[in-house]
Design a protein around this ligand. Sequence first.
Ligand code: FE
Ligand code: FE
Ligand code: ZN
Ligand code: FE
Length: 166
Amino acid sequence: MALKNLADAFHDELRDILSAERQLVKALPKMAKHASCEKLTQAINNHLIETQNQIDRVEQAFEETGKQAKAKTCEAMKGLITEANEMLDEEGEPAVKDALIIACAQKVEHYEIATYGTLCTWAEALGYVNALKLLKQNINEEEAADEKLSELAKTINMAAMAAPAG
Ligand code: FE
Ligand code: FE
Ligand code: ZN
Ligand code: FE
């Protein structure tokens, strides 16, 4: 039996987020490239750098489990990235595409926040002090990234509404 206690669940979920973050590092450059708003491009590129640091922290968070830091394909992130890429390949008004890039990016952030929320709760319960510290740093960055996107959406949505009809 592979999943016999909460420590096993923690390790499994850590493997999932490691995969998710690694997928994102590969996906974010395309999103940044397709963004028209300079501030949106900057925000995505900034989060790309943060994501690289998050991968290092997740790898370190494995230490207290005493188990291998080996990723396990996150199918959810794979799906979110597939949806984003399909949208990016479509023709459209720049501001409308930007509004959709924010929508896709926020789905990703919310997924990460959900996963890190669970991981933080479990790390605390299991007494994984160092892992908890590292995972809290990651969830804080995800929440800040999400807030930044909401802020950018205010002007971008206005621009998308001003786009010509039909
Ligand atoms: Fe992340
Ligand atoms: Fe997942
Ligand atoms: Zn999407
Ligand atoms: Fe993120």
